[in-house]
Design a protein. Structure first.
Length: 95
């Protein structure tokens, strides 16, 4: 759960780091699957995350008045699975 005491700038910074992590994760998934349709879907999702990253980073620049606002060094962990989610291994085996 997100800390409710975070500022807008901190939340935007965290959001950008999450988009960067998601982009990398989808690219990694695409490299590991053999099915070309699944591979393309992961690459498409990766490109979408880059677009989200650009949008959020633009907002961060606007609110900080900085050309290159600093991002948090350690993004929150998102690799824990919720109930019902499949692990990377399970996803790749299904592909």
């Amino acid at each position: 759960m997100l800390d409710k005491s975070l500022t807008l700038i901190e939340v935007l910074g965290l959001a950008v780091t999450q988009e960067i992590a998601a982009h990398k994760r989808y690219k990694m998934f695409a490299q590991r699957v053999k099915n070309p349709l699944v591979k393309e879907k992961f690459l498409s999702l990766s490109r979408e995350e880059l677009a989200h990253q650009d949008i959020l980073y633009s907002m961060l620049k606007k609110y900080t008045d900085e050309d290159k606002p600093p991002l948090p060094k350690t993004p929150p962990r998102t690799d824990e699975l919720s109930d019902g989610e499949k692990s990377l291994t399970e996803i790749i085996e299904l592909a």
